[in-house]
Design a protein around this ligand. Structure first.
Ligand code: FAD
Length: 392
């Protein structure tokens, strides 16, 4: 019998497992496949070091600036002020396994090649989960169950806490890790906004590798064809400036959905259950950045579970402290504000974004706010919108 069972060993699940195991709890971390590379840009801002200081010693590719282009190719560059403040670009296969190892070193038991598909119930109470593994069906029993298995989660739906995703509530993105001669600045990530809701990116990696991708959000994920958008992005003359060669070697390519409406506040907890990470909407509706927010949700859920087990009350009355934790409330609030800005920014085929970048080209304070909004999901202050509206 485990104290806590976590379904999904992505960033959210691994952080959650690490904290619980470090505090002496018996944790089962269930993962469908540790060889699966999550489709992702792999760009992670400096906040990650607060949760994983050991990453500073690793060789993940360092980034110290960002260049953002609007649909009409207005652009501005921003360099981090502090050398300690660098961000990293990672290959998710390597990164996710690094976080899993930390959880295992802390004492969590990782069960690989286990696909969770249902709960075990007794007298109408969830007492564990069922998985499919190469050796057959397996059962794991635990006091608290944490769902961290991302957008494809079967358990989230079965829990009754959350309905199936509606297409207009999610985004979809496609990306690849490629290798070949390119003229990307090795320390700068580039975002390319377009006339549709979404953006394309070029993220340099070590050697001559890079991550290239693009995504659609909201109703535009229904209006446009992602494969077509992706092909056009590759062939865009402005992208060709960086990628002028013909033969790039594809290391990997994939597409995947991501939540687009911010945190699902009504779906975060129930009796002896919590939802964390993507499955609970911890992704910025503006930038699609979800690795750090998911890790934060995993940390807060772990702390909530510890308090619940200590106080011998694992009911929703105690687990609601996860939803009402100041950090979770702060992220939810900031996602709500940025969500309300998404429509405004992309109005008239991205014209407001073009205006925003035009101002940012010459106004340092304004530029910083734009950066904070895209990189750190910080909602801009009221005067930001006023300035944007007043710009001709
Ligand atoms: C194309 C794309 C690009 C992105 N780019 C960025 C970016 O550059 N930076 C950023 O911060 N965010 C980015 N995101 C968002 C980011 O990938 C997610 O927010 C983040 O991975 C969420 O972590 P998680 O642990 O909640 O879920 P996941 O990373 O999805 O992890 C879920 C884990 O559960 C496992 N699993 C799934 N189903 C089951 C099951 N039934 N049983 C057991 N295990 C299961 C999976 O194998 C996986 O290991 C991107 C998303 C997409 C789709």
């Amino acid at each position: 019998m485990y104290d806590v069972i976590i379904s999904g060993a992505g960033p959210a699940g691994s952080k959650c497992a690490e904290i619980l195991a470090k505090s002496g709890y018996k944790v089962a971390l269930i993962e469908k496949d540790t060889n699966w590379r999550k489709p992702c840009g792999g760009s992670i801002n400096s906040r990650i070091f607060k949760y994983y200081p050991q990453l500073r010693k690793m060789n993940f590719h360092r980034i110290n600036g960002i260049k953002i282009y609007s649909a009409d190719f207005h652009n501005f560059e921003y360099k981090w002020r502090d050398a300690l403040d660098y961000s990293i670009n990672v290959d998710r296969l390597q990164f996710d396994n690094f976080l899993r190892d930390i959880a295992v070193d802390a004492g969590a038991e990782l069960f690989d090649k286990n696909l969770s598909y249902d709960f075990i119930t007794k007298e109408n109470q969830r007492i564990g989960i069922k998985t499919k593994s190469p050796s057959g069906l397996r059962e794991y029993y635990g006091k608290i169950i944490i769902i961290a298995d991302g957008m494809s989660s079967k358990l989230a739906k079965r829990s009754g806490l959350k309905k199936k995703w509606k297409t207009e509530d999610i985004g979809i993105a496609k990306c690849a890790i490629m290798e070949g001669e390119n003229s990307l600045d090795k320390e700068t990530i580039s975002l390319f906004f377009k006339s549709y809701k979404g953006y394309g990116w070029l993220f340099p990696l070590e050697d001559n590798k890079f991550n290239i991708g693009c995504g659609l959000i909201g109703e535009d994920s229904l209006k446009y064809n992602l494969n077509q958008i992706y092909k056009e992005f590759w062939n865009d003359p402005n992208i060709k400036k960086f990628l002028s060669k013909k033969n790039y070697r594809k290391i990997w390519e994939g597409a995947y959905p991501l939540p687009g409406q911010g945190i699902l506040e009504k779906s975060l907890y129930g009796d002896n259950i919590m939802l964390i990470g993507d499955v609970a909407g911890f992704v910025s509706p503006m930038s699609g950045e979800g690795i750090c927010p998911s890790i934060v949700s995993g940390k807060v859920a772990a702390e909530t579970a510890i308090n619940a087990i200590e106080s011998e009350d694992i009911s929703k009355l105690t687990l609601k402290n996860y939803k009402f934790h100041p950090t979770i409330k702060k992220i939810a609030r900031s996602f709500k504000l940025t969500l309300s800005l998404v429509d405004f920014c992309f109005e008239n085929q991205g014209q407001n974004l073009s205006k925003m970048f035009k101002i940012a080209e010459h106004d340092d304070a304004f530029r910083e706010k734009v950066i904070n909004m895209f990189l750190f999901s910080e909602a801009p202050p009221k005067d930001f919108i006023m300035k944007l509206k007043s710009e001709n």
